[in-house]
Write a protein that binds this ligand. Sequence first.
Ligand code: C2E
Ligand code: CA
Ligand code: CA
Ligand code: CA
Length: 280
Amino acid sequence: AKGAGRNRFSYFTPALQVAALNRMRLTNDLRGAIKGQQLRVYFQPIVHLGTGRIHKAEALVRWQHPQRGLVSPLEFIPLAESSGLIVEIGEWVFKESARWARQWRGEHHPEFQVSVNQSPLEFQREGQGYEHWFAHLRDIGLEGSAMVVEITEGLLLDASSGVTDKLLQLRDAGVQVALDDFGTGYSSLSYLNKFDIDYLKIDRSFIRNLAPQSSDMALSEAIIVMAHKLGLRVVAEGVETAEQCALLLRAGCDYGQGYLFSPPLPAEDFDAMLRSPLVL
Ligand code: C2E
Ligand code: CA
Ligand code: CA
Ligand code: CA
């Protein structure tokens, strides 16, 4: 009878419930992953298009799961957010990134920058600012200007004083701010003036079908012109082909990031790439 009950249970288990269970398991595993050192920070080069030199890198977290293999951040970042684990993960990514930024400033380029992603939940967390980040930077002897924080448009729409205060706090410490996935949110251009943003990252959905005379080309050109007039620099995301790169360069885009240059790499491999000249 017991066995039949179990069968009946699984028969009636809706797919949603299975998905929820799966998420719960993965969230539990994630807790262990932080302690068990299964997380890695990968770095993807951000290339100065005018010179072809690597001026910056974006830190992207990876999870090497003992059974499932590499789990995409698209899958586990949402779990980390809903469970609050994102704060711990973000701290760790920041410290790893700062350590490498210091090394690359010393050995490669004195103005090298590493950018870290901050989900809205991390950015807005109650009662805590970025003081402990700044303390860490002081401890390791790194200028704030070595770091960039990537946030998304949604944060600026909900323009609470908390958001404004944190942006000011970052600016005072010299940390720069990039607006990620630009063009995909509920774009209200007025906030570009209102907040102190340093970089716009054009979302890769605009870059994917970039071709002369295309509407995405027109949009990208308009974004670049507008950003420059407002004193912002522009990074194009998801640059995969030499043609896209040429079009962006011609449109005056400052930086490119994407598989054309390199996928995100383990820190040691990124370090090795910096030591050898980049062949485009
Ligand atoms: P994102 O911030 O927009 O990061 C760019 C994503 O595009 C990365 O995916 C990167 O691997 C991918 N990408 C780079 N170049 C190309 C290209 O040429 N073509 C294509 N198709 N894709 C490209 P990834 O690493 O899977 O990260 C996904 C998202 O997860 C990130 O999107 C970011 O929102 C989030 N994420 C990653 N690491 C962190 C983190 O440490 N903290 C937080 N809060 N979020 C993170
Ligand atoms: Ca990003
Ligand atoms: Ca992005
Ligand atoms: Ca994103």
